[in-house]
Ligand binder design. Structure first.
Ligand SMILES: C[S@@+](CC[C@H](N)C(=O)[O-])C[C@H]1O[C@@H](n2cnc3c(N)ncnc32)[C@H](O)[C@@H]1O
Length: 247
């Protein structure tokens, strides 16, 4: 009724990559355009790299994601390398100038082992002096408290190219320490549920994140609490990091 391919297409409708209107995209896109080679981990449907190519990026672009249906959409663009894998399988010695992990994909790394192995692999895939830019939601902002069918701001309505209108909302099914389990419900306007997608997200605190970065051999070049490059403070909703592999 609602396939993995449909879910990947819905993701694109809900999350169009647009550096002109979305502050998070405006943060990453100039970094991507300025780097001669970019590895985007958790690239999903590949919208960021596809736009980079469309807008004239001539260097090496590679997107990596374990979700085959998302990558199938990405693969419509054949002048980018698409790799079906998790971040911990990034290729050592690949020599990228920039690695990115956008759309809070970092929060899909649920265990210390997954975080450690992924950061270590990302570092090894960068050239000396290369940078890794990514963000994770700050646990203090408790973003999950807004993810509820009772919150009208959490409801989206989109129209597929076929003309079918879909509604989409989140619910939290559990909070266990740093791990928040959520569902995403896809429904028709009359309420008929087509699919319930499930996901676990980890909310890592800044100190723990920094310990992982240091253990993996990164230096922290910049740290922001919002997309306007403000500092991390008691009101921050994001932990945005630009980490560097020492030269
Ligand atoms: C919310 S999407 C973000 C997609 C895209 N980066 C964006 O900004 O729209 C999170 C992505 O992370 C991917 N993902 C999940 N676990 C991963 C892992 N261990 N390594 C790399 N990517 C992972 C998922 O398949 C999904 O495509």
């Amino acid at each position: 009724m609602f396939s993995d391919a449909d879910a990947a297409a819905l993701y694109d409708l809900l999350n169009p990559w647009d550096p002109e209107s979305r502050p998070e995209d405006a943060f990453y896109f100039p970094l991507v355009m300025a780097a001669r080679s970019v590895l985007d981990l958790g690239c999903g449907t590949g919208t960021m790299l596809r736009l980079a190519r469309e807008r004239g990026h001539t260097g090496r672009l590679a997107g990596l994601d374990p979700d085959r249906a998302a990558l199938d959409r990405a693969r419509r663009r054949t002048d980018i390398d698409w790799i079906e894998a998790t971040a911990d399988r990034a290729q050592p010695g690949a020599g990228f100038e920039l690695a990115t992990m956008t759309g809070h994909a970092f929060q899909n790394l649920l265990t210390d082992r997954a975080v450690h192995d992924s950061l270590t692999a990302v570092r090894a895939a960068l050239r000396p002096g290369g940078r890794f830019a990514f963000e994770t939601r700050h646990p203090q902002a408790r973003a999950w408290e807004g993810w509820s069918r009772a919150n009208p701001d959490d409801h989206s309505e989109v129209t597929e190219p076929s003309g079918r209108t879909l509604r989409y909302w989140h619910d939290v099914s559990g909070v266990d320490g740093e791990i928040v389990s959520i569902t995403g419900t896809v429904a028709l306007p009359d309420g008929t549920v087509l699919r319930v997608l499930t996901e676990d997200l980890r909310f890592l605190a800044p100190d723990a994140l920094d310990a992982h970065l240091t253990a993996a051999g990164f230096e922290i070049e910049a740290r922001y609490g919002d997309w306007a490059r403000g500092p991390v403070d008691a009101a921050s909703r994001e932990i945005i990091t630009v980490a560097r592999r020492p030269a």
